[in-house]
Design a protein around this ligand. Structure first.
Ligand SMILES: [Zn+2]
Length: 254
């Protein structure tokens, strides 16, 4: 029963994430006004705004103009709901679970905004940094998972500096920007959350995923190596891979 409640809670936050993904890049207020159809601009009725459920009932079409509703809405709600259930399964009713709920929401919003707009808003990375640092003051959190204060600060500084240096060197060599400072702030936030030790792993994992996904389009020449890529989504995926690996290590240690 509690898993069903957590699933519903996750899908509601997933629905809220959808609103952020679609409004934040345009500086539209997240809390302002009801959701509307991007095609006919008609307000969405409350009973058509139920996460996951409405998407299925409406068969992915707007009730007013029958415009197709992107599967991305459903995906975001499902990913959020399933992640919530997963963390609740791992850590039960605890501060750790709450922290991972928050991280899930931020990661989902960052992933989809950066993927489409090539930006990571400071409104997302700055709060993540603060939460990552503040949580180190709770001594009861899992010490393998979350670093102590100094480790966290070093992680935050290292995460920012490394990407800043990559940008700097890349600019000197090729006279253009490969990554943005948004990526630096995101890796800094991750450093604050998981400590300096996470930085090399996550850089490695995210570069690996980025390269693996880029190979098909490099082969058919639709992109070349100098094409700009949004690196934020890869950092998010890299961090998820790191956490999965860490979970295995922690289980092994226990
Ligand atoms: Zn419509």
């Amino acid at each position: 029963m509690s898993y069903i409640i957590v699933f519903i809670l996750g899908s509601i936050w997933g629905s809220f994430s959808n609103v952020c993904i679609h409004r934040m890049p345009y500086n539209e207020g997240v809390a302002k006004g009801r959701s509307y159809c991007p095609n006919c601009k008609k307000q969405i009725r409350w009973y058509d705004n139920v996460p996951i459920f409405s998407y299925v009932i409406l068969k992915a079409k707007c009730r007013d103009c029958s415009a197709k509703i992107s599967i991305k809405y459903l995906l975001v709600e499902l990913i959020c709901a399933l992640s919530f259930v997963w963390f609740f399964y791992l850590f039960g009713l605890s501060l750790t679970t709450l922290l991972f709920f928050i991280l899930t929401i931020f990661f989902i919003i960052i992933f989809f905004i950066d993927l489409k707009h090539f930006i990571i808003p400071n409104e997302l990375t700055f709060p993540l940094m603060v939460i990552g640092l503040v949580k180190t003051f709770d001594p009861n959190l899992n010490q393998y998972l979350f670093p102590n204060f100094f480790n966290s600060v070093i992680g935050g500084v290292a995460g920012y500096s490394i990407i800043w240096m990559i940008i700097f060197i890349y600019k000197k060599l090729r006279n253009k920007e490969g990554m943005g400072l948004g990526d630096a702030k995101l890796l800094s936030a991750i450093g604050f959350w998981f400590g300096w030790i996470s930085i090399p792993f996550i850089l490695f994992f995210s570069s690996f995923v980025a390269l693996a996904l880029a190979i098909p389009s490099l082969i058919d020449k639709s992109k070349n190596l100098s094409s700009q890529i949004p690196f934020g989504p890869y950092l998010v995926l890299g961090c998820v891979l790191y956490l999965l690996l860490l979970e295995k290590i922690i289980l092994y240690l226990n």
